[in-house]
Design a protein around this ligand. Structure first.
Ligand code: 3PY
Ligand code: MG
Length: 255
């Protein structure tokens, strides 16, 4: 679907992706109609299982958009299955070392880069591609993104970025803020995170790899885009839904 290429070429500047944890494909259908460049289904803190995620991916594809799956920590088998179901990218949380990054690549890239096992029947349908083509091009049609959200990961960022098959990183400001304060604070919008983000951006650019991050709302997403990030989140669907509800109620009460 050209997503990986468009992302890497930064055709329209950075991308904005939806982020959905509620395991309802019909909710995905609605949100995919908005002007998002991609849609993330979150299996780590969201409630998707593999069958519902496959149906969610189908709804994203119906809107002609790329679907990305965030897997639970260390659940690399689910990364392969999401790709088989037609995901265009995988975001893996808590990748803290080159070893973690290599295990992720093993599950998400076909040989010789990795050891992804063959079975992408839904992906072939969604991409409209022949098996031989998908085998040849699958590794470059999909992106493998490692989350940097601990002190260890920040220290190992160059080693992680050096791993062949890692297409980029995704900074998790919530967990990173907890890690950097030794558990004292949840402060995703703090100066410490701004500093870490600038450092991560510089390292990703030095390695020629992608950098993405979770923004808690549209304003934060805009700041990250302005900084030069490749893909950003503008809040989870629950936050967007509740903000919309609050705005509507306030407007009604004002009259
Ligand atoms: C974090 O900020 O820690 C994330 O994982 C983004 O949801
Ligand atoms: Mg996190």
């Amino acid at each position: 679907d050209g997503f990986a290429g468009r992302l890497k070429r930064r055709e329209n500047g950075g991308m904005i992706s939806a982020w959905i944890g509620t395991p309802d494909p019909l909710l995905v259908n609605h949100l995919s109609q908005e002007d998002f460049d991609a849609v993330v289904l979150d299996m780590q803190h969201g409630m998707w299982d593999m069958a519902s995620a496959a149906n969610g991916i189908a709804q994203v594809r119906l809107a002609g958009k790329p679907a990305i799956g965030r897997i639970p920590v260390g659940d690399f088998a689910s990364a392969s299955r999401l790709l088989d179901a037609g995901a265009s990218g995988i975001i893996a949380p808590m990748i803290n070392s080159a070893d973690d990054a290599r295990a992720l690549v093993k599950a998400t890239k076909y040989p010789p880069l990795g050891e992804r096992s063959w079975g992408p029947s839904l992906a072939l349908n969604h991409f409209g591609i022949a098996p031989d083509d998908y085998l040849q091009r699958g590794n470059s049609l999909t992106v493998t993104i490692a989350m940097v959200e601990t002190r260890m990961a920040l220290d190992a960022i160059d080693e992680i970025l050096t791993v062949d098959g890692i297409d980029g990183i995704f900074v998790g400001p919530a967990d990173l803020s907890i890690a950097l304060s030794n558990g004292a604070r949840l402060a995703p919008d703090s100066a410490a995170i701004d500093q870490a983000m600038a450092h991560a951006l510089a390292r990703c650019r030095a390695h020629g790899k992608l950098i993405c991050a979770f923004g808690s709302d549209g304003e934060r997403a805009g700041q990250y885009l302005k900084l030069g990030l490749d893909l950003v989140i503008a809040g989870a669907e629950t936050a967007q839904l509740r903000t919309g509800a609050r705005t509507a109620i306030a407007a009604a009460r004002k009259l």
